[in-house]
Design a protein around this ligand. Structure first.
Ligand code: PXL
Length: 260
């Protein structure tokens, strides 16, 4: 059997709502063999991130080199990268192994506001990784930080998407979940916008939606879906997972796609 393989380069979340645990679970649920290169251990529960413990940059580089010199992956996703050094390591392997299906989820802060990408690394992410990405998947907060545009409505989303597209990715997906009103996502390919409509789930605080969404896109790309279809299927997947979210602790709910 031809097993499809996807790699996530990201941080660990002990409560498994986000980070490598969420990515791996999503890959598995979508029948894709998942692999992980760890950048950092976060100390957190469903109430928020308490501490970030980075792995040495040389460890991230060695994990990547050792894994990719052996295994050919079908798709790659990056989540929490934390440092400039890690960005440069990712750039090197994407180029060296000519990885085309590269999903850059530009994780900058946790939902509770803790820094997951150092301030001095934001520019490098834009310059070095966005041009290599098949798709980037910022939420509204990330799009604001990446573009400097204060996003208040859908027009601003379109402006930000155009600006992000100029940074080099083939597709830009801005996720509107953090805006008031409907939770619509905007996919831009440099010419047209495709809007994926979503209904806001009333006032539930969630953890890990971004990670699961971008992992699902990665899994569908690994399976051979074109970007638009991968986003459509991933959106369907995430909507189901949001409906089935679970309160596993005292804080934010986590997504749980059990039974799909
Ligand atoms: O949701 C962003 C995110 C990504 N990766 C890790 C995280 C978080 C948020 O807390 O902890 C490891």
């Amino acid at each position: 059997m031809n097993i499809k393989k996807a790699l996530t380069i990201a941080g660990s979340d002990p409560c498994a709502g986000a980070g490598i645990q969420a990515d791996l679970r999503t890959f598995t649920q979508l029948n894709v063999y998942g692999m992980t290169v760890l950048t950092a251990v976060t100390v957190q529960n469903t109430r928020g991130v308490k501490e970030i413990i980075p792995l040495p940059a040389s460890s991230v580089r060695k994990q990547l080199k050792t894994l990719l010199s052996d295994i050919k992956i079908d798709a790659l996703k990056t989540g929490m990268l934390l440092t400039k050094e890690n960005i440069l390591s990712v750039e090197d392997v994407v180029k060296k192994y000519k990885i085309k299906k590269f999903v850059s989820d530009p994780i900058i802060e946790s939902s509770t506001g803790v820094e997951l990408l150092k301030k001095d690394a934001v520019l490098l992410l834009k310059k070095r990784l966005f041009p290599l990405a098949m798709i980037i998947t910022p939420n509204i907060n990330e799009a604001v930080i990446l573009t400097g545009i204060k996003i208040k409505d859908e027009n601003d989303i379109r402006l930000a998407a155009k600006m992000l597209y100029e940074m080099g990715p083939k597709y830009v997906l801005i996720k509107g979940g953090h805006l008031t009103g409907d939770a619509n996502d905007f996919l831009y390919d440099g010419k047209h916008f495709k809007i994926f409509k979503g209904k806001r789930v009333k006032a539930v605080k969630l953890h890990g939606t971004g990670c699961v969404f971008s992992s699902a896109i990665t899994a569908y790309l690994a399976k051979g879906f074109v970007v638009e279809e991968a986003v459509r299927e991933a959106k369907r997947f995430i909507n189901n997972a949001i409906k089935k979210s679970a309160a596993i602790g005292k804080g934010r709910r986590v997504l749980w796609q059990h039974g799909i």
